[in-house]
Ligand binder design. Structure first.
Ligand code: PRP
Ligand code: URA
Length: 210
């Protein structure tokens, strides 16, 4: 069963509050999103398995712990997911990066696919799917379907910044094998399927469009 993890670290909550403020401009919004990406990545990777590796310190031989198991892929949903990639790559510089392009049709609110490029060995990687907004859940659910269609059979974790209860509910039904990690669970969706109180249109705020 899919679990919802709310990462409510004070640093993340504080930075998110600045991002929510409509007076915050694109430069600060982008920087804060990158910082939160790194802080959330720290929590998301907390349970990665370790293995013993024999190394030699300047003093003696020892069994040291190193990360073992499947390698990571970071997959942002374009455009807004791009804003969280660099923070994750600072933590795991050897991760590969895939891209899934989806936009929400303004009338139906349904996702429309326009791009998908994934690492060739995606089936052997654990995937962190990133998108700051989980509103109706449609984009995240479609992205997971695409990942599975392209052979991804390992663990997928969905990392977002703000989620709506409606989207979380739908996501849990459709993707029971994927956990969601979010910094905030907001109140609801409005009539345009925007998250309330939310932070507005994440892509537009990151890239200064609109
Ligand atoms: C936003 C956001 C998510 C999606 C969430 O993208 O970044 O991908 O909406 O909504 P959902 O949960 O209802 O599917 P948008 O379609 O605005 O595209 P953009 O990132 O290119 O601006
Ligand atoms: N996409 C956004 O960028 N913001 C929302 O509130 C909902 C969808």
């Amino acid at each position: 069963m899919s679990e919802l993890h709310i990462i409510d670290h004070p640093l993340i909550t504080h930075k998110l509050s600045i991002m929510r403020n409509k007076k915050t401009g694109s430069k600060d919004f982008r920087e804060l999103l990158g910082e939160i990406g790194m802080l959330m990545g720290y929590e998301l990777t907390r349970d990665l398995p370790l293995e013993d590796v024999t190394i030699e310190t300047p003093i003696t031989k020892m069994k040291a712990k190193m990360i073992s198991g499947k390698k990571l892929a970071v997959v942002p949903i374009l455009r807004a997911g791009l804003g969280m990639v660099d923070g994750l790559l600072k933590l795991v510089p050897v991760a590969k990066v895939g891209h899934i392009g989806l936009y929400r049709d303004p009338d139906t609110h349904l996702p429309v696919e326009y791009y998908c490029k994934l690492p060739s060995d995606i089936e052997d990687r654990m995937v962190i799917l990133v998108d700051p907004m989980l509103a109706t859940g449609g984009s995240a659910i479609d992205a997971i379907k695409l990942l599975r269609q392209h052979g991804c059979r390992g663990t997928i974790r969905m990392m977002c910044l703000v989620a709506a209860p409606e989207g979380v509910e739908k996501f849990k039904e459709e993707c029971p094998d994927v956990d969601i990690y979010t910094a905030a669970l907001d109140e609801r969706l409005n009539e345009h399927a925007y998250i309330v109180p939310g932070l507005g249109d994440a892509g537009d705020r990151i890239f200064g469009t609109k």
